[in-house]
Ligand binder design. Sequence first.
Ligand code: NAD
Ligand code: DAU
Length: 344
Amino acid sequence: MSTSNTKKTLLVTGGAGFIGSNFILYWMKHHPEDKIINLDALTYAGNLENLRSIQDSKNYIFVEGNIVDRDLVERIVADVDMIVHFAAESHVDRSILEPDAFVQTNIVGTQVLLDLAVKHKVKHFHHISTDEVFGSLELGKDTQFSETTPYDPRSPYSASKASSDHLVRAYGETYGLQYTITNCSNNYGEYQFPEKLIPLAITNILDNKAVPVYGDGLQVRDWLYVQDHCSAIEKVLESGSSQKTYVVGGLTEDIPNIEVVKTILKIMGKSEHMLEHITDRAGHDVRYSVDWSHIKKDLGWEPSVSFEVGIEQTITWYLANESWWRPLLSDNQDYFKKNYQDRT
Ligand code: NAD
Ligand code: DAU
């Protein structure tokens, strides 16, 4: 699609979040000629600390604002070549407690961006989505999600992301929007908010607190190091075919959550007694696994970081960056209480 090497202006939504900020750092390193406008509402999950190293760069502009704000988005979109849309409410447990924001940001916000992308003839709209839209695979089977798997979302989060995917495709069919979509599996790495399993486990262990494992802990996720996700998005932005979807996943082969936690405990020199089974997540998807052979064949992308290497790097980063995560725990006590109290 957008293969030219000429200077481009990218609107990145949600660029102060976990994957968005990793992507901006990655893109500015590999494409220093391009200009990035980062539009982010700075919800609990947005953190400008992640971007401190590039905040004064002449090719980077931060705009604090909400993607549902049509007037604001219109003023920005008028001058961009490409939209890379990360902004979302991203945490399944929060979607179970309070689904409203998920509908607003993930569905209505996406629709606002799509309207204005069509109106201003944006050349490429890339939508970042999730493998959770496909629902849940059976444990013990070797089935995998692919580009042809039917949608079957099972949480308010995944239903809102599925809805946004459908809107993107509908705008392609109806209005001729040039888009691509990536449906990616579980990311982990630096700057991930410590509500998600891996950073929650690391930060709990550092605080000598038990690590909560939902239910029997036999659920399986497909883990991808965040830098590998960034390189997959880069491939799609540079060479992906218009109106096409790519599924993206990692190198893990069915590691149950309980083994993920045991691995972290082992690396951090702690006993398995710190693992605590608690009441399961409502509607918990039991297994994700992604067949990424299509993006490999089409665009030559494949993950490069094994879970063994990525998890060591991630633990090392959290050990060295307590000043980054500590305030997030204290500022979000209400959520942690609501989600974890009375679940033992
Ligand atoms: P995150 O929660 O860390 O960050 C989301 C960012 O979006 C934050 O900076 C937040 O301030 C911003 N935001 C939220 N609502 C907004 C709004 N209304 N207007 C503007 N900005 C808003 O999320 P993440 O984990 O980095 O995920 C980014 C994207 O990738 C999401 O679309 C998510 O669905 C998708 N995804 C995530 C994973 C994962 O494992 N984390 C995997 C696959 C896909
Ligand atoms: O698959 C991609 C998705 O991965 C993304 O779309 C989401 O944005 C992202 O949050 C992630 O969703 P999960 O629900 O899979 O991630 P989470 O880290 O919340 O949970 C991973 C697994 O660990 C899941 O099976 C639930 C379990 N878990 C999670 C937490 C927070 C626990 O056992 N204990 C916990 O305390």
